[in-house]
Structure formats: structure tokens, C-alpha cells
Design a protein around this ligand. Structure first.
Ligand SMILES: Nc1ncnc2c1ncn2[C@@H]1O[C@H](COP(=O)(O)OP(=O)(O)OP(=O)(O)O)[C@@H](O)[C@H]1O
Ligand SMILES: [Mg+2]
Length: 246
């Protein structure tokens, strides 16, 4: 892995009124790295991504992308929200296309849309409207829209929550393959420890509020990961133990 810092989080603190959520958090994310963040519900995982993207302003501290303040107008950052929805009035295809249109990325646009639809298995549903899809299909529309834009930084907040196990494994493998192939930097939030161990180059384990980093677990074993290998089980158990003491 390249050691160039893509995202630098410096003494980030976020309060809502008197409620201290993120308590002086600092860490770096490296170029091409797949960083997973796990932590208890309500500890501030979504708040962190919202602070990074300026939906919330930090109470103190800074977050830099490529050494500069985050600016979504200028930087190629894509955020898949935890509570997302597709645009009801657009077909599946147009929903995916929209991600490229807002970035004014018209080069090979239809090819990119086709590739993203194929990736998530929605090509044959491209002319459907969101109301005609199941919850997991809707989730795939949003994932396809994000992948089509080939972002430099991809932020994902529990993106696979609604998927069945087979599709989840398929998309987990695909997201890793695509991100490694394109050197995309990823910050991926999940409640699922096994998923974090399967995907992450590193895993940040967060505490309860007021939230700090409990431990940063580095995973240097090879991909694709074997979920029954001793090294996989060792890391999974270690993180489970850390989480028991939340
Ligand atoms: N806009 C807001 N106004 C006030 N409080 C907020 C706001 N957004 C989040 N919070 C509070 O900040 C804390 C962290 O919320 P956040 O949504 O970041 O948690 P999370 O770690 O993403 O949880 P989950 O795992 O359930 O998604 C919670 O106590 C929540 O009530
Ligand atoms: Mg959340």
C-alpha cells in the first residue's frame, strides 16, 4: 500500500448542544486503503462521515482531503448515505446515470452506466422505477450509482445492510476488486465484524460516547480472505473481544 495520506483527521470533536459525540479523534487514511470503522450504535459513525462532507460542521478540529479542506464541488468524493433513497421519478438506469451527470462526467457515460448495472445485477431491470423494486434492489441502484462515478474517495455507511448473504458476498468481493484496481480510497462503516475483517486493510474500533478510537487493527493477510482461516478467526475474535468491553 502506498503511504500517501488521502484523508487526515486532526483532533476532530463534534458536540450537539451538551452532547459530546466525537471526542478529539485523529487518524489518517492512506491512498488506496480500505478502512473499516466499527463502533456501537449511536457512537457517531454517521456523524463522522457527515462532518467529513460538511453536512455538519465540526465543533473543533479539521478533516483534510489531499491536504486541503474538503470541497465536494471540486473533489471526487462519493458518499453512500445510511438512509438513502433512489429518485422515484427516474428509472433504474437514469438513477445510475444521474450520479455521472451531477459530476458532469459525460465521457463514455452509457458504457459506465451499463458496467455499473451489470456489476450489481440490475441490467435487466434498467427500465424499472424504484417503486417496482425490492429493498435490496434499491440498495443496489445506489451502489451502482456510486461505482459508476469512479470516485477517488468512497464513503459507505452500512451499505450492505439489506442484502442477502450471497449478494452481500458478491458485492463485497466486487467492491474490493474495483477499489483495488482503481486505487480508490474507501471509508466503510459496518456493524458486522466479519464484514469488516473480510474487507478492511485496517479496522478502527470506536468506543461508546464520548467517542474515541479504542484500537486500530491492521490486517496484512492476503485477499481474497478465507473466513475459516486461523488468521481471519484470530482477528475476528480480537475485535469481538474489544467490542464486548464497549
Ligand atoms: N443532527 C443531530 N442533532 C442532534 N443530535 C444528533 C444529530 N445527529 C446525530 N446526533 C446524535 O449523535 C450521536 C451519534 O449519532 P450517529 O448517527 O452518528 O450514530 P451512529 O454511530 O452512526 O449510529 P448507528 O450505528 O445507529 O447508525 C447520537 O447520540 C445522535 O442522537
Ligand atoms: Mg449511523
Amino acid at each position: 500500500m502506498d503511504n500517501k495520506i488521502k484523508v487526515k483527521v486532526n483532533n476532530l470533536t463534534k458536540k450537539f448542544g451538551d452532547l459530546l459525540v466525537l471526542d478529539n479523534i485523529s487518524f489518517d487514511v492512506y491512498e488506496g486503503e480500505f478502512l473499516c470503522i466499527v463502533g456501537p450504535t449511536g457512537c457517531g459513525k454517521t456523524t463522522f462521515l457527515n462532518s467529513l462532507t460538511h453536512l455538519y460542521e465540526p465543533t473543533a478540529g479539521t478533516i483534510l482531503f489531499n491536504g486541503e479542506p474538503v470541497d465536494l464541488q471540486k473533489q471526487n468524493i462519493t458518499y453512500i448515505f445510511q438512509e438513502y433513497s433512489a429518485m422515484e421519478w427516474l428509472t433504474v438506469r437514469k438513477n445510475v446515470r444521474f450520479g455521472l451527470e451531477i459530476k458532469q462526467d459525460y465521457k463514455d457515460i452509457d458504457k459506465k452506466v451499463d458496467a455499473a448495472l451489470e456489476l450489481v445485477g440490475l441490467k435487466e431491470f434498467e427500465n424499472y422505477y424504484p417503486r417496482q423494486l425490492s429493498a435490496s434492489m434499491l440498495q443496489r441502484v445506489v451502489i451502482a450509482r456510486a461505482f459508476a462515478t469512479q470516485p477517488e474517495l468512497l464513503l459507505m455507511d452500512e451499505p450492505y445492510g439489506q442484502l442477502d448473504t450471497n449478494l452481500r458476498f458478491k458485492l463485497e468481493d466486487e467492491v474490493v476488486r474495483l477499489c483495488k484496481q482503481t486505487n480508490t480510497t474507501v471509508i466503510f462503516i459496518t456493524h458486522n465484524i466479519e464484514e469488516a475483517v473480510y474487507l478492511g486493510d485496517r479496522i478502527l474500533v470506536l468506543t461508546n460516547k464520548p467517542t474515541s478510537i479504542k484500537e486500530c487493527v491492521v490486517e496484512n493477510f492476503t485477499r481474497p480472505r478465507d473466513i475459516v482461516s486461523p488468521e481471519f478467526i484470530e482477528v475476528r475474535n480480537r475485535i469481538t473481544d474489544l467490542i464486548k468491553w464497549w
